[in-house]
Write a protein that binds this ligand. Structure first.
Ligand code: ZN
Length: 142
């Protein structure tokens, strides 16, 4: 369970569950996995319970290219949790992967005021303070 007690200053951390465990294990090994329909091979957004193309319910983890573009982003100046006090202003972004699904993430290796919609990015992996490795994205040359 994430730490949601606003009276503490420890920041909420990613905690893999049974369903997301393969994703985070792959991140730790340097691979980005996203789910793919076993029936029609369509890529699926992370939270979809069924394939949006054929309605199939068997979604399997498959390796993605790790490349994409910034679909949208914002810069957070007003923190909503004291655990992020030292990080504001920080960016939050939605990256559209080459395969189609979009991931909520952060852009690294780039000043917040240099981030642009449409910017090509590639995945990088960052270890959080609780040891879980998460995907973030950094700009790449075109
Ligand atoms: Zn399908």
């Amino acid at each position: 369970m994430p730490d949601s007690d606003p009276t503490t200053s420890s920041r909420p951390e990613v905690t893999p569950d049974e369903r997301s465990k393969p994703f985070f294990e792959a991140c730790a090994a340097g691979h980005l996995l996203i789910r793919r329909c076993a029936a029609c091979q369509a890529w699926s957004a992370p939270a979809d319970p069924f394939c949006s193309i054929c309605g199939g319910g068997r979604l399997e983890w498959a390796q993605a290219s790790g490349r994409g573009t910034i679909h949208t982003f914002g810069v957070v100046h007003h923190i909503s949790h004291p655990g992020f006090r030292d990080e504001a202003p920080y960016n939050v972004a939605v990256v559209e992967l080459e395969e189609g699904p979009r991931l909520n993430t952060h852009i690294i290796g780039c000043a917040n005021d240099e981030i642009r919609v449409g910017m090509p990015v590639a995945v990088d992996f960052v270890r959080t303070t609780n040891g879980v490795v998460v995907p973030k994205f950094r700009p790449v040359a075109t």
